[in-house]
Design a protein around this ligand. Structure first.
Ligand SMILES: N=CN[C@@H](CCC(=O)O)C(=O)O
Ligand SMILES: [Zn+2]
Length: 400
């Protein structure tokens, strides 16, 4: 069965080679077609629908079904390459304290760990599914989900199994923080052995990625040497690498990610010139998480500096109970434009193609023949309404 979608005022393909794309600076790099149509087809029990045709509405072929979007716009579904959706408990009071000056240092993670361990599978599954639905309702069609609020072998495996029910982009983050009851030097060393040993062996079959909170500025997280050990052990167990780095201060995270060939280093709030240079000379994506700076009152990362240097940039939500309990990619785009020096077109690319690069996926993040038909509908005559109508729910995943 095939479906023809017509009446698309602006279709953002994110394909630079799109024939007939408008040649206007505002839309640079987006491959925007006006008065466009898309045909999607396929899709069954084991396969997702794909794009079969893209072009001007006047030339669209016939299909089994047709829908008319009546002058709305379509963009690639957002790729949210960084989230922590498997958790229980509430930290709204911690957020309120930060708004009146208490700094974030990662210590609140222990609160979520306790609540998550105490929750049943059913409770965790229900909230996880609800959060994924909340994301789709705001245009996100791919999400990466990390463990990291279990911090025992059993609880980390449980988080990964649950995450795998909603996405293939599952990340083992046993090295989120050292559990509160193991913070003496011997306990810390033993926990690192566990994360790189028994816990990794139990978790690796359920994950694609390994991640580490590399942040010497936090007493709860891991320094450069510890992070290297976690990443190398993960790589030896067959996992691909991602890093939380440079969130609370300058540190080794970004350069370690580049050196080890990680797909992405996430946060990048505090980067030295050498970090920027290393990122620009690599294919490691700098994933910026502006909801975190909003929710922690930190300075925003300088996206302009990274883009001008030639680095690959993505933006993601980091949806989690501590540093950013927002699942809204439209909000992240708006913040990137307003606070991080990105043009609207750069921000949209970072939320689609950039996210796909950060997950090393070539089948998502663009609208082109043969790719997954992961589309988002913008209830407006231009995709520019995404940052323009900040706070208004103008984007949702297109259910096909
Ligand atoms: N910084 C480390 N981890 C999360 C925050 C987790 C929490 O505070 O619960 C982040 O990406 O910001
Ligand atoms: Zn995170």
């Amino acid at each position: 069965m095939s479906m023809l979608i017509t009446g698309i005022a602006e279709l953002v393909t994110c394909e630079s080679t799109t024939e007939g794309a408008v040649d206007e600076p505002l839309h640079a790099g987006l491959g925007v077609l006006r008065d466009a149509a898309v045909v999607i087809g396929g899709g069954g029990e084991d396969s997702a629908p794909t794009v079969e045709w893209v072009g001007p509405a006047a030339q669209a072929p016939a299909a089994d079904w047709a829908i008319d979007l009546e002058g709305r716009s379509v963009v690639p579904g957002f790729v949210d390459s960084h989230s922590h959706l498997v958790f229980a408990g509430d930290r709204s009071a911690e957020f309120a304290a930060r708004m009146s000056g208490t700094p974030y240092d990662g210590g609140g993670i222990a609160v979520t760990v306790e609540a998550t361990r105490a929750a049943t599978d059913g409770e965790l599954r229900a909230t996880l599914q609800h959060r994924v639905q909340e994301m789709r309702a705001q245009g996100t069609t791919t999400v990466e989900v990390k463990s990291g609020y279990g911090l025992t072998v059993e609880d980390e495996v449980r988080a990964l199994r649950l995450a795998r029910e909603v996405t293939p982009e599952v990340t083992y983050l046993g090295a989120h923080v050292v559990p509160p009851d193991r913070r003496d030097p011997a306990g810390r060393a033993a926990y690192l052995d566990l994360v790189c040993g028994e816990m990794l062996q139990a978790c690796a079959p359920h994950a694609r990625w390994v991640d580490v909170f590399c942040e010497p500025a936090s007493p709860h997280a891991f320094d450069g040497q510890e992070s290297r050990r976690v990443l190398e052990a993960g790589r030896d167990a067959g996992l691909e690498l991602r890093v939380h780095g440079n969130q609370l201060g300058e540190g080794p995270g970004a350069q370690l990610a580049v050196e080890l060939g990680a797909a992405s280093v996430d946060h990048c709030t505090y980067l030295t010139d050498a970090d920027v240079e290393a990122l620009a000379g690599s294919d490691t994506v700098a994933t910026l998480l502006p909801g975190v700076e909003f929710s922690t009152r930190q300075p925003y990362p300088d996206a302009r500096r990274l883009l001008d240097a030639g680095a690959r940039v993505a933006i993601a939500s980091d949806c989690n109970p501590g540093t950013c309990y927002s699942s809204s990619m439209p909000l992240m785009i708006a913040l990137a434009v307003r606070e991080m020096g990105m043009t609207p077109a750069e921000a949209l690319r970072a939320a689609t193609v950039g996210g796909a690069q950060a997950l090393r996926r070539t089948d998502i993040g663009r609208v082109a023949v043969g790719l997954r038909a992961d589309l988002a509908l913008v209830d407006a005559p231009s995709w520019l309404h995404i940052p323009y109508r900040v706070g208004v729910p103008v984007v949702r995943a297109l259910e096909v």
